[in-house]
Design a protein around this ligand. Sequence first.
Ligand SMILES: C[S@@+](CC[C@H](N)C(=O)[O-])C[C@H]1O[C@@H](n2cnc3c(N)ncnc32)[C@H](O)[C@@H]1O
Length: 230
Amino acid sequence: MNKEKSSFYKEHPRTCSPDDFWGQVKRTVNGAPVSQDQIDMIVDAVVAGLELSPKDTLLDLCCGNGALSSLLFKHCKGGVGVDFSEYLISVANTNFAVPPDQTYILQDVVEFCKNPVTPHKFSKMVCYGSFPFIEHERAESLLGLLKSNFPNLERVFIGNCPDKELMAEFYGDRHFEPGTENDPDSPIGIWRTQEEFASLANRFGWQVAIHKMPSQYYAAHYRYDVILSR
Ligand SMILES: C[S@@+](CC[C@H](N)C(=O)[O-])C[C@H]1O[C@@H](n2cnc3c(N)ncnc32)[C@H](O)[C@@H]1O
């Protein structure tokens, strides 16, 4: 696979203001950053889903600019964020890094997980709003690597996954190219049904629970979260 592939998130954030943290990761509605109560709902869901506590160290895969990571790190001992966007990691390092407890690494997440730094220290992992952008085979291999290379990982939260069952409803009258649902480079990435996701994760021995956000969450009508445990 081409590790150096270009990505929307390597270029788009540079077009936003340096402090438009939610705009940089497209956490927007009609072009405007979502409100604080939407962010609070995300943090609450991840903290509850992971049972995050002060004894945990969190690995945030595809952490973007660290704006969300830093809110999650407050609920535990700290952790590491990994992302392959040079610009977003520079924003994270400028605004959110608190070394040595909260640090950010520029790397492709699958490559990181093949040869992780201090894998034993991570007890929880989050990948929010990003898993659909990872190519099929690499996403599969990531689920296996998390199981084999992180012996103390108890729970994994894969958040904001687009539900293929709800794709037609989401698009309504708007046209979409057939095949969009399988394209990691499309604006929403790969759509999976809850059953498809569960059987993918089951193959690597993960227990799977599906979580739905409260209906007030702006993307609740077409997205779900996946919580993996051993
Ligand atoms: C929508 S943003 C979400 C960022 C952050 N998790 C959040 O929720 O605020 C998607 C992120 O995934 C990152 N990403 C996508 N594929 C990646 C890969 N293979 N390795 C590392 N980062 C990746 C992008 O650079 C981008 O920062």
